[in-house]
Ligand binder design. Structure first.
Ligand code: HEM
Length: 480
């Protein structure tokens, strides 16, 4: 009942702005937030269903919260809903549980593991490019095929499970994962679905839980099989089939963690973390892949520069990239970063303050508030980026200094994305293979943005993929 400490949109007692959001479409959320930024400034406040939110939209303002090692509890409703998908895994857990698991899981993302995933990503990307080229230059809606690509990759690298979409149950598994994501976005926009007991009885809720059960069944089966392998290997089995299997999936590391730290990491932690990595590991990557295709198709000059760099590294060699090749892809990395700046896959993340947060000498946000970071606005700050709406990969050229909190697609500080190196490896590997083999041409030339757990385009992103066969486009051709 305390008065607000900052300017911002006001609403009804208790409900706050929730009533104003009734009937709003996900595509209208981003414009509404931008309108609020313009109206109320770079830091503003609102209430929603008894919870108090402060929104931060400039690099200097987000630094105190993202660099805090004490205010690490995730935000209010946003994350309690996510628990239905992630259980109490790394994305949502808090306090000592998060600290312990983050420390234990970090080595799983070290270079050795990343190196062993490059081959898996490359093989799946080759298949993806064959699918693109099979369209024979006709328009391709890339929504489903990019989703399937990212999903297949995470199934294989996280669980050691090669997804076969010809198999009915496995195909249902892919669909179920998409339904879970979409049902949660639906719930965010309808405050009357916030209470669990109502959501469970709603049609969307029923669909969500049916899909979640299916995912559980498949994941449990995979964990069971993989555990048998782990035990057999540990007991020195001489079975040839077992030896053939490579045990380098993320899941195998988890069995080792249980083995080495039984008091700290248990079998139930395995479930939570597998769920977490399966979901966190493909939704943002799909979003980035779609925007990368859109941007490259619409910026032929940039696409040619990426191609030139690839030719410089590979020449006529058709091999999939190795981790040494990836290190040489400086320009492609600049392009990926610029794409994530314009279209941050995770458009908002937040913390529930356990203690007061000092933003600057004038502003302290009291404990109990949820502080939301809005990378979309941070990435388009006029103070930190010139021509922020334009796609200019050169702003990320080596040697150019940027404010460390002006580019935060992977968040920053102690709770940053544990998978960011993996994600970069994945995106570089895929785009290296796409650009070497295909010339991407635009069909969709402008998009509006759909706000969800991950950022998407409202319109389908449609491109054409023409076989490259070593051809280069002339600059004059691009200008015309
Ligand atoms: C382009 C791809 C990706 C983007 C843009 C991205 C972005 C993010 C962001 C913004 C956060 C912080 C969320 C928050 O504070 O609530 C985060 C956390 C996380 N991400 Fe990613 N992510 C990507 C890919 C991945 C991949 C491939 C994995 C796993 C293989 C992954 C696993 C995680 C996990 C487990 C966390 C929670 C970390 C913690 O709280 O300690 N992410 N990611």
């Amino acid at each position: 009942w305390k008065p607000p400490i900052l300017p911002g949109p006001r609403g009804f007692p208790y409900f706050g702005i929730a009533i104003r959001l009734v009937g709003i479409a996900s595509k209208d959320i981003l414009p509404l937030m931008i309108k609020w930024c313009n109206e109320y400034g770079t830091i503003f406040e609102f209430k929603m269903l008894g919870a108090k939110y402060v929104f931060l939209t400039e690099p200097e303002l987000v630094k105190p919260i993202l660099s805090s090692s004490t205010n690490i509890t995730k935000g209010h409703f946003e994350y309690s809903f996510l628990k239905l998908m992630f259980n109490d895994g790394l994305i949502v857990s808090k306090g000592d549980k998060w600290r312990t698991n983050r420390r234990l899981l970090t080595p799983s993302f070290h270079n050795k593991i990343l190196k062993s995933s490059v081959e898996t990503v490359g093989r799946n990307a080759e298949e993806f490019v064959s699918q693109l080229l099979a369209f024979d230059g006709k328009p391709i809606d890339i929504e489903d095929i990019t989703y399937l690509l990212a999903f297949k990759i995470i199934c294989e690298t996280a669980m050691g499970f090669k997804l076969n979409t010809e198999d009915k149950q496995q195909n249902e598994f892919v669909k179920a994962s998409k339904i879970c994501h979409d049902s949660l976005v639906h719930r965010y926009l309808r405050f009357w679905l916030f209470p669990d007991f109502i959501f469970r009885r709603s049609d969307v809720g029923k669909q969500f839980f049916k899909s979640a059960d299916l995912i559980q069944d498949v994941a449990e089966q995979v964990i069971k099989n993989r555990k048998e392998l782990f035990i057999a290997e540990k007991n020195g089995s001489k079975n040839k089939d077992l030896k053939k299997k490579e045990r380098n999936a993320f899941l195998d590391n988890l069995f080792e963690l249980v083995d080495l730290n039984p008091a700290l990491f248990t079998e139930s932690n395995i479930r939570e973390e597998v769920d977490t990595f399966m979901i966190a590991g493909h939704n943002p990557s799909t979003s980035s892949l779609k925007f990368l295709h859109f941007l490259l198709a619409n910026h032929p000059d940039v696409q040619e520069k990426v191609y030139d760099e690839q030719m410089h590294i590979f020449g006529d060699d058709k091999r999939t990239p190795t981790s040494q090749d990836l290190q040489k892809m400086t320009y492609l990395e600049m392009v990926i970063k610029e794409s994530l700046r314009l279209y941050p896959s995770v458009p908002m993340y937040s913390r529930l303050l356990d203690e007061d947060l000092i933003i600057d000498e004038k502003t302290t946000i009291p404990a109990g508030y949820t502080v939301a970071v809005f990378p979309y606005a941070v990435h388009r700050s006029k103070k930190h980026w010139s021509n922020p709406e334009e796609f200019i990969p050169e702003r990320f050229a080596p040697g150019i200094e940027i404010h460390p909190f002006s580019f935060i697609p992977f968040s920053a500080g102690p709770r940053n994305c544990i998978g960011q190196k993996y994600a970069m490896m994945e995106l570089k590997t895929i785009m290296s293979i796409v650009v070497r083999q295909c010339l991407l041409e635009p069909v969709t030339t402008s998009i509006s943005l759909d706000y969800g757990i991950t950022l998407n385009a409202v319109e389908p992103i449609i491109v054409k993929a023409i076989p490259r066969n070593g051809t280069r486009r002339m600059i004059s051709e691009m200008n015309s």
